[in-house]
Design a protein around this ligand. Structure first.
Ligand code: F6R
Length: 610
């Protein structure tokens, strides 16, 4: 959400900082600022709005210096105002930029006020800079001061500090919020995302959890969580993985499918404490608000609607909160009987889908408790008009068929479920711990699923000549099957329908014959035996099955059944994992049929009209 850039060089660094901020803008922002050590000492410039506003302010009144830090902010604590924008200063001696959320900031703030510090913002970040200033008096160096300060901070942070009395270094610390050092020749850089620094370097060192780094022009020294000096690996990027070109991939869709482990990782960053989800990831008041939620109404379209349908299973089973899910085009024109204390959740990749936006606008003054947007675009109307927000950080999605937006929405919705359950005191602590631990492993599990790509490609010939397909699932795999069917129909133009497997015998079974392949999403969970009986009904009618299942489900290949064995995963995360092979399946079938994968006929990326 927020973005950090830092630079130390022999040249003026302001232009580097501004360019870095521009590259981070897609993550969402409401204000931006730069602090530079000039010949007048530490000086800063901050503006609300776009980075362009900050850039023109700096054009009018340039700040020239060889060391600086900069930030794009997405407001969590305190409104989007100039006072709340970073960098924050303490006595014009120290400057700090910070991503993440400091959970014990109120307590620290009171202690610092008692010492005479005057706060000029409502942010948690200003607490950090005054804390550093206060501790600095007892320490010889900024490094040991920072080491002492991080011991007092609870929550998540990626932060950078500069100091007026020693402008030859930038200090950085990471815990729960990413930071990467960019290596130059006679100059070095810092950022929350390497994308911000690709114009100045292709060599990076990723800081690990608990690391503190001292960055100078000619050298970088990193200390681990025990404050022991440590060498971290340098990685070199040969191309820009997130630029708006396809890179090594034939289509944007394939590139975006492969980006999922990375963007899911990013969706999780700064949002997990050791064993729970940080409710403040949804907004400063989210935790208190969640305590009052008695009902949930989710509204979305297309793929985003499927994400909402998965979330209903999680929300009701983990938090026992009643949850309704509806497509926005219906919801917006329906008389809705609103239940007390209902949280309205909209889900959207673009944040500009006309029906979803209209549905949100219709809720105003209707007595909803609050609105929450789960969205990929920080600057979108949906985000601006919602009370609470979780950005999914999938990065630009260019393929019309939504892929990485869906999996990151699922991650965002599971984070929401866990934060809600915790705030309401309804979440079993062991379940919470296990879910958080499993979420941390999700990116590597998604990589395992992607490594099955060649195997999935081989099964596609079976589909390429068919005109109709059925997708089956039960429980939270039913919406996953719906998403699989939507992907196949929109890019390969094969008619595909999804059914909850138990519904088969109530009608669709009549369609099944050897020309109608049936895809089943079948992880080994409590509904597996029921699903197996439904699949027998298909076999008995001469249908051919493609089954995605883990080994514990005990499916074997046979004349009428082709099985793709999936890695095992925590049950809550099955929807994310099983989505991957279904995306790959649609992609390879579409390639085989020679359709326009990235821009399928009749469709547009963002549906801003009704
Ligand atoms: C399908 C797809 C669409 C979108 C739908 C909502 O692959 O991309 O179904 O999911 O148009 O769009 P957003 O999420 O931008 O509101």
């Amino acid at each position: 959400m927020c973005g950090i850039v830092g630079a130390i060089a022999e040249r003026n660094v302001t232009a580097i900082l501004i360019e870095g901020l521009k590259r981070l803008e897609y993550r969402g922002y409401d204000s931006a600022g730069v602090a530079v050590y000039t010949d007048q000492g530490l000086e800063r410039c901050r503006r609300t709005g776009k980075v362009a506003e900050l850039a023109s302010a700096l054009d009018a009144h340039p700040l020239l210096g060889k060391v600086g830090i900069a930030h794009t902010r997405w407001a969590t604590h305190g409104a989007p105002s100039e006072d709340n924008a970073h960098p924050h200063f303490s006595n014009n001696e120290l400057g700090v930029v910070h991503n993440g959320i400091i959970e014990n900031y109120q307590e620290l703030r009171e202690e610092l006020k008692a010492q005479g510090y005057i706060f000029t913002s409502q942010t948690d970040t200003e607490t950090i800079v005054h804390l550093l200033h206060s501790l600095r008096k007892q320490h010889d160096s900024l490094l040991t001061t920072l080491q002492a300060a991080v011991r007092k901070l609870e929550g998540a942070y990626g932060l950078a500090v500069i100091e007026a009395c020693n402008p030859k270094r930038i200090l950085a610390a990471r815990s729960g919020s990413p930071l990467v050092i960019g290596l130059g020749i006679g100059e070095n850089f810092l950022a929350s995302d390497p994308l911000a620094l690709r114009q100045v370097t292709d060599r990076f060192i990723y800081l690990e959890e608990g690391d503190i780094a001292e960055i100078e022009r000619e050298q970088v020294q990193i200390y681990d969580a025990n404050f022991t000096p440590i060498n971290r690996e340098t990685v070199q990027y040969l191309d820009n993985a997130e630029s708006a070109d396809k890179g090594e991939y034939r289509h944007f869709m394939l590139k975006e499918i492969y980006e999922q482990p990375k963007v899911v990782q990013r969706t999780l960053e700064d949002r997990l404490a050791k064993d729970h989800v940080l409710a403040s990831s949804f907004g400063a008041d989210a935790e208190t608000l969640f305590q009052h939620v008695q009902n949930i109404q989710i509204v979305a379209c297309g793929t985003s609607y499927h994400a909402g349908m998965v979330a209903r299973y999680w929300i009701e089973s983990l938090t026992n909160t009643p949850c309704q899910v509806e497509v926005a085009s219906e919801f917006r024109y329906r008389h809705v009987a609103i239940q007390p204390n209902t949280l309205f959740i909209s889900i959207s990749q673009s944040g500009e889908t006309a029906d979803t936006l209209a549905a949100l606008r219709n809720t105003k003054d209707k007595g909803y408790l609050a609105s929450l947007a789960i969205c990929n675009i920080g600057t979108s109307s949906l985000v601006r008009e919602s009370d609470l927000v979780l950005l999914t950080r999938a990065g630009p999605e260019i393929g019309v068929a939504s892929t990485k937006a869906f999996t990151t929405q699922l991650v965002g919705l599971l984070l929401f479920t866990l934060a809600l359950g915790r705030a309401q005191g309804r979440l079993n602590t062991q379940t919470e711990k296990e879910a958080v631990a499993a979420l941390r492993l999700l990116p590597s599990k998604l990589n395992d699923a992607l490594s099955m790509s060649a195997q999935i490609e081989r099964t596609c010939e079976f589909f390429a000549e068919k005109q109709h397909t059925l997708f089956l699932g039960r429980g939270e795999q039913y919406p996953v099957a719906m998403e699989g069917a939507l992907k196949l129909k929109e890019i390969s133009y094969i008619h595909a329908e999804a059914y909850p497997a138990g519904e088969l015998k109530h009608g669709p079974l009549a369609l099944v014959d050897s020309e109608m392949p049936v895809v089943a999403v079948a992880p080994s969970n409590e509904l597996l035996e029921k699903l197996k009986s439904n699949l027998q009904e298909v076999r008995a009618r001469g249908g051919e099955l493609l089954v995605f299942a883990d080994r514990a489900a005990h499916f074997e290949d046979s004349a009428d059944t082709h099985v793709i064995h999936m890695p095992s995963i925590h049950e809550l995360l099955e929807p994310m994992l099983y989505t991957i092979p279904l995306q790959l399946l649609s992609y390879y079938v579409a390639v085989l049929r020679g359709t326009d994968v990235d821009q399928p006929r009749n469709l547009a990326k963002s549906v801003t009209v009704e």
